[in-house]
Design a protein around this ligand. Structure first.
Ligand SMILES: *[C@@H]1O[C@H](CO)[C@@H](O)[C@H](O)[C@H]1NC(C)=O
Ligand SMILES: *[C@@H]1O[C@H](CO)[C@@H](O)[C@H](O)[C@H]1NC(C)=O
Ligand SMILES: *[C@@H]1O[C@H](CO)[C@@H](O)[C@H](O)[C@H]1NC(C)=O
Ligand SMILES: *[C@@H]1O[C@H](CO)[C@@H](O)[C@H](O)[C@H]1NC(C)=O
Ligand SMILES: *[C@@H]1O[C@H](CO)[C@@H](O)[C@H](O)[C@H]1NC(C)=O
Ligand SMILES: *[C@@H]1O[C@H](CO)[C@@H](O)[C@H](O)[C@H]1NC(C)=O
Ligand SMILES: *[C@@H]1O[C@H](CO)[C@@H](O)[C@H](O)[C@H]1NC(C)=O
Ligand SMILES: *[C@@H]1O[C@H](CO)[C@@H](O)[C@H](O)[C@H]1NC(C)=O
Ligand SMILES: *[C@@H]1O[C@H](CO)[C@@H](O)[C@H](O)[C@H]1NC(C)=O
Ligand SMILES: *[C@@H]1O[C@H](CO)[C@@H](O)[C@H](O)[C@H]1NC(C)=O
Ligand SMILES: *[C@@H]1O[C@H](CO)[C@@H](O)[C@H](O)[C@H]1NC(C)=O
Length: 862
């Protein structure tokens, strides 16, 4: 029996459902209620998200299937696994409480088997679950426990359940949690053509108790089990993390593949987001018995092994092939016809019983002489294996990339297929020529039309501001929903006028000004040195865009196309903090306000805002983020001079192999803000950000780079000199001289200065957390006198002096510098301080901690 839930006739189903009068709206259906195809009755869930009704059967329009469908008409469950009834049939809740599918003749085709169990009503829930409940509201039976071929969000698919579709069955193995796909047909052994454990580092060597597969609302297919600490990811839907009014589900399709889908509400169509079997031709029996699966372009096509065969059903090649003359009735003797680059699919259990170590000639001859053997395959992949096919159902795969050679037993003489994929029509030269002429004419006409249309567009729309309105509307919708908008590269090229107006160049790539179709001004960052895959990139983008805070720059969207990786941020009118603090160069983005220095009250507000933004990254958002590159250039100011931290979450995107990149650009810009543990190759934690913040805070107070060395600072680094002045009680001497004559709250200045010294302590454990920093700045928390920071300069002095008497950390530093080798990270002295960058702590630490090593040479020469 063919399954109802095929992709084929969705459009038909969709129309049917749109025409339906919704008769019962979320009400419980008492015993005696029924649905019929004839009077188009339906039961729907409270908000009409799902409805239960009869729909035309995909296999025959005169028959009907009782199905629960998502708004718009995507079926997710059917009574009796797609059993079809004629127009006189019905689905009824009998007075005894049994839900029955009845044929027009009165035969019960399927029943829930709940007669006499106290069922008092049937109800369709908002989740799509069809529930038979008793008087106390308990579930006596529910469709979620009896899935047909689909599992929707919030439905649990436990081991022991199965999905079926035609000859195919999907299940989760109880002990290993492996996803299994089987082909089963009467008279043949059940073939397991897919058996895969996902994320085996988590499940290997474990015996699970009762693994459960779920489709999460965010599009992640996961496996949970009592013995696992957290759900194991089976697959990410390609649009995971995207929100919207949609249904996500996994389904065993009639073609034997297991896929994840999403369907927008009301659309009636589902879009594929992931498939378990990436090579469709590996699905056993996809092309029926004796069928040969191959690809024409990217879609699988079915053919027959040779002209000794014909399609069983010429209108449906998937039904397989039959011999023109049966082997038993061969007029002469039989022979083995050779099929190059072809493999007869062999899976468990056949793989264990019918595999032999023999050469290609023996592989052919053994099958010819075996009476029950119909075909054989010599793998020719170096394994020396030969498979003999003795079953009466065989399934073949042909591809130029397969090394194997197969033989199929046919009556003498064997007639091979004509070359180049033709499926056995008499191909005369003339008809070939004619089709070429047709193709050329069609191509010519089509390209002419395209050219005309393009010219029209060029003339009419090129300068119209309305151009792109549709996509803008779409983008706005997505923007409003909070999900990052995916832009095409061309769209971004257009909005930045071909990347013309450069705003700056950061450690991760250049930033350009752009205007979206909806007139939003944005900053487009063109990431460089990103070697990550699409999936990883989208994952990071999802993390970044789910991080919202007043003091963080908001990510609007992204682009991931080929090697292009771009991020689209909200545009900050006032540029970055450095242009206000270090006026000398005077090349800020806001050129107009280059006259007066930033007043103290604004500076203090920026410092507190920045601290709040970083606190949010460290402590308050779901996936903890270590920024790794806090510096005035990455603190942007909006129109009201609110601080907005930018570039967070990007450190994870840079491929650790690409050291060069970081060395040349970002580290030079970051020099002076890196915590000593970066250089010592120790694990990077949130405390490294605290160090960088401390330096930024000092610069905000003083208006000078922390690593500046000049005559006024006694040829010492500014940060070292500042502490000495503070020790002497000369706080005023550290404050930006451009603030002289203005009103400056010296209590605030002293507090800020002390906080900055606490932040730049050499030992990460001595630095406060960002949360504490905020409290200290605001005066909520008492401040002790900070000890001398002993900043990273001492490292430099130690190594340049080349004396043997360096401290523990310094000497490891020295050796690291000397060898410039990539040492493994040393465990942190206080591991409880460690909050890893991203998900896999140690791996990330290694990546990030190893980045700046090469770049330390410019330091040394300073
Ligand atoms: C639909 O038909 C069924 C059976 O013929 C009947 O019980 C039911 O009352 C009908 N419903 C409506 C709304 O006509
Ligand atoms: C139905 O929709 C309303 C409004 O959209 C919502 O408040 C309510 O929670 C929904 N009910 C269910 C069961 O989802
Ligand atoms: C249902 O009834 C129709 C005719 O009344 C019949 O052709 C069909 O085979 C029946 N279906 C089943 C599954 O019994
Ligand atoms: C209703 O069903 C629930 C769960 O199946 C059961 O615990 C409860 O005892 C039942 N109540 C009655 C009145 O049968
Ligand atoms: C699928 O599950 C049903 C009931 O849960 C069971 O009757 C059937 O045998 C199962 N099929 C396979 C192939 O395991
Ligand atoms: C295979 O043989 C069995 C009997 O051994 C038969 O029931 C079944 O229909 C055959 N299958 C095919 C595809 O010929
Ligand atoms: C589970 O799948 C893995 C491959 O992913 C395979 O090596 C292993 O044998 C499978 N386990 C079981 C019990 O089938
Ligand atoms: C897991 O299995 C591998 C190989 O089968 C074995 O080497 C390893 O010791 C096992 N680990 C545990 C924790 O049992
Ligand atoms: C494995 O599962 C863990 C926990 O669910 C998840 O963090 C990780 O990304 C998964 N790995 C892969 C390769 O899917
Ligand atoms: C691929 O197959 C489809 C239908 O099976 C056919 O329409 C199309 O022309 C084929 N394409 C090529 C390149 O052979
Ligand atoms: C089969 O018949 C052909 C022609 O009649 C002959 O050349 C060939 O040797 C025969 N093969 C066997 C194995 O008998």
């Amino acid at each position: 029996m063919r399954s109802l839930l095929g992709g084929g006739d969705l459009a038909l189903l969709c129309c049917f459902f749109l025409l339906l009068p919704l008769l019962s709206h979320g009400a419980d259906m008492p015993p005696g209620s029924s649905l019929t195809p004839a009077n188009s009755t339906s039961w729907s869930s409270p908000n009409s998200t799902f409805s239960l009704a009869f729909a035309p059967s995909p296999s025959s329009p005169s028959l009907f299937v009782a199905a629960v469908s998502y708004a718009g008409g995507v079926p997710v469950w059917s009574a009796g696994a797609g059993a079809a009834v004629d127009s006189g049939g019905s689905l009824r809740l009998s007075s005894t409480g049994d839900l029955q599918l009845v044929n027009g003749s009165g035969a019960v085709l399927w029943s829930s088997g709940t007669a006499g169990q106290g069922v008092t009503a049937a109800a369709l829930q908002e989740s799509g679950n069809l529930l038979l409940k008793n008087s106390s509201g308990g579930a006596v039976w529910q469709s979620f426990d009896h899935p047909t071929d689909t599992v929707v969000m919030s439905q649990n698919f436990a081991s022991g359940m199965n999905l079926s579709s035609g000859p195919y069955v999907f299940a989760v193995d109880r002990a290993s949690g492996n996803l299994t796909l089987k082909w089963a047909s009467a008279g043949s052994a059940t073939i397991t053509y897919f058996n895969k454990g996902y994320n085996s580092t988590f499940t290997a060597n474990k015996t699970l108790s009762s693994p459960t597969l779920t489709m999460q609302t965010n599009g992640i297919v996961s496996l949970t089990d009592g013995t696992l600490a957290s759900p194991v990811v089976v697959a990410y839907s390609s649009n995971y993390g995207e929100s919207g009014d949609m249904l996500r589900f996994v389904r065993l399709d009639p073609d034997g593949n297991f896929r994840a889908y999403s369907a927008a509400r009301g659309s009636g169509t589902a879009a594929e987001q992931w498939s378990a079997v990436s090579d469709q031709c590996q699905v056993f029996g996809y092309c029926g018995n004796m069928g040969v699966c191959g690809y024409n372009g990217t879609s699988p096509v079915c053919g027959c092994p040779s002209q000794n065969f014909q399609f069983s059903d010429p209108s449906n090649p998937r039904q397989g092939c039959t011999r023109t003359v049966d082997l038993a009735n061969c007029p002469g003797n039989s022979t083995m016809l050779e099929l190059d680059n072809t493999q007869f699919l062999t899976y468990t259990p056949e793989i264990t019983t019918e595999q032999f170590f023999v050469g290609i000639t023996a592989c052919r001859l053994n099958c010819l002489s075996g009476t029950s053997c119909v075909a054989s395959t010599a793998l020719a992949d170096g394994s020396g294996l030969c498979f003999l096919k003795v079953s009466n159902f065989t399934s073949a795969y042909q591809s130029a990339s397969l090394p194997s050679t197969s033989f199929v037993k046919v009556c003498f003489p064997g007639v091979p297929n004509p070359p180049a994929g033709g499926t056995g029509t008499s191909s005369s030269r003339a008809s070939g020529l004619r089709s070429w002429v047709v193709v050329l004419v069609v191509l010519g006409v089509v390209s002419g039309l395209v050219l005309c249309e393009w010219l029209l567009w060029w003339v009419l729309c090129r300068n119209s501001p309305k151009y792109g309105a549709a996509s803008a509307q779409y983008a706005l919708l997505e923007y409003a929903s909070g999900a990052p908008v995916q832009f095409s590269y061309r769209e971004l090229q257009r909005s930045t006028k071909g990347f013309k107006e450069k705003l700056g160049a950061g450690g991760f790539g250049a930033v350009y000004r752009g205007v979206l179709a909806n007139r939003t001004v944005v900053a487009v960052k063109q990431l460089e040195g990103i070697e990550q895959g699409e999936k990883q990139f989208r994952m990071e983008v999802a993390t970044i865009s789910s991080t919202h805070h007043l003091n963080l720059v908001r990510l609007i969207g992204f682009c991931s196309e080929g090697r292009h990786r771009l991020l689209v941020y909200e545009f900050m009118k006032n540029g970055s903090l450095d242009s206000f603090l270090f006026r000398a160069a005077g090349t800020g983005t806001g050129g107009s306000d280059a006259a007066k220095a930033m007043p103290w009250s604004t500076r203090f507000a920026v410092a507190v805002g920045t601290a709040r933004g970083i606190t949010y990254l460290h402590e308050e958002c779901r996936d903890c983020i270590v920024h790794c590159d806090i510096k005035p250039e990455n603190i942007l100011l909006d129109e009201q001079h609110n601080a907005k931290v930018s570039d967070f979450g990007l450190a994870k995107l840079i491929n650790p192999k690409d050291h060069r990149h970081r060395t040349l650009t970002s580290v030079r810009g970051t020099r002076g803000y890196l915590a000593p543990e970066w250089l010592a190759n120790l694990p990077i934690t949130v405390k490294s950000d605290v160090y960088s913040y401390g330096m930024v805070l000092l610069e905000t107070i003083s208006g000078r780079r922390n690593f500046d060395i000049s005559e006024d600072t006694g040829r010492k680094k500014f940060s070292v000199w500042a502490y000495e002045e503070y020790e002497k009680g000369n706080v005023a001497g550290v404050v930006d001289r451009r603030l002289a004559g203005e009103e400056v709250d010296m209590v605030q200045v002293e507090r800020a200065l002390q906080v900055s010294f606490w932040c730049i302590q050499e030992q990460p454990s001595q630095r406060p957390t960002m949360g504490k920093v905020v409290q200290m700045l605001e005066g909520i928390m008492e401040l002790e006198r900070p000890p001398p920071p002993k900043s990273s300069d001492s490292f430099v002095t130690a190594t340049t002096a080349t004396t043997g008497s360096t401290s523990g950390v310094s000497s490891s530093m020295a050796s690291t510098f000397a060898s410039s080798a990539m040492a493994a990270p040393v465990p942190s002295p206080n591991p409880e301080q460690e909050i890893a960058v991203g998900r896999s702590a140690s791996a990330r630490n290694r990546e990030i901690a190893s980045l700046p090593l090469r770049s330390s040479e410019p330091y040394m020469t300073m």
